[in-house]
Write a protein that binds this ligand. Sequence first.
Ligand code: HPA
Ligand SMILES: [Zn+2]
Length: 327
Amino acid sequence: MAIPKAELHIHIEGTLEPELAFHLADRNGITLPHTDVQALREAYSFTDLQSFLNLYYELMDVLRTEADFHGLAEAYLTRAADQGVRHAEIFFDPQAHTGRGIPLDTVINGLASALDTSLERHNISTSLILCFLRDRPAQEAMDTLMAARPHLDRISAVGLDSAEVGNPPAKFTDVFAAAGDLGLRRVAHAGEEGPASYIWQALNLLGVERIDHGIRCLEDPELVSHLAATQIPLTVCPFSNVRLRAVNTLAEHPLPALMEAGLLVTVNSDDPSYFGGYVHDNYLGLQEHLGLDTEQLRALARNSFTASFLPAERRQALLAEVDAYTF
Ligand code: HPA
Ligand SMILES: [Zn+2]
């Protein structure tokens, strides 16, 4: 069994495997602009974040009913359990669905019905993180937050994703303040393709408790010192960074530099169906290509629970499992 870990940077829509996409297309009477599973997989060759997002949003069109969202989440949980995941804080992109006419209730009820039984069925505790699409207007994010109010018992936090460059965190200052007032935790993608200044903005203007990706912090020594001193976690996604060409190869990934600088680094899969592996596959990739030893992998697994929004009791219990794990 893989080492116990939390997954803190996983887009549920990014777990849509080609086989499930064709199955749902068939069930919903949709014709995909790809001939078969193999042709679709061959389209997974990206030059940057936007080239991935184009396919990511296109393929989501197969998600129409509560049963579709339930099936998507259930398929993820089944795979995650195999990867040693014991806790998952799962991003979803409501605007990507409401924008094409799918009611918010359909999305949340479908996902939640799978998450509700994940502890019993898969031994995985879960929560949802509602992400705003940063390439859409700030007012639309605010409308989405207001529409989600009846569902806040199932949502632990808000996040910020989609096309980063040109859409700085500052654009979402008001909606993040409103989310904080509603008692939600806050995280944001920053410093994936965007500059270190976006990380500062996410911290200072949005009040985030974690930075998603954040690898470009290394361009600003003062920021690195700040992240080390505050232990604000980074949810790093090595396979994603290579596939979206933020980093040339896994062997050149800055994760060891981030760890050496004393940052609270976690390893995550981002959009595993598109980027060549789930979260434990990322751990194994680091072992193979960056020479991380088993104690470094254990430290990353510990960090994943430390950086989570878990209540103290379950966090401590899971940390004890990490410490007792034998490779
Ligand atoms: O890696 C990502 N970055 C930004 N937005 C996203 N939406 C899904 N995956 C990503
Ligand atoms: Zn992401």
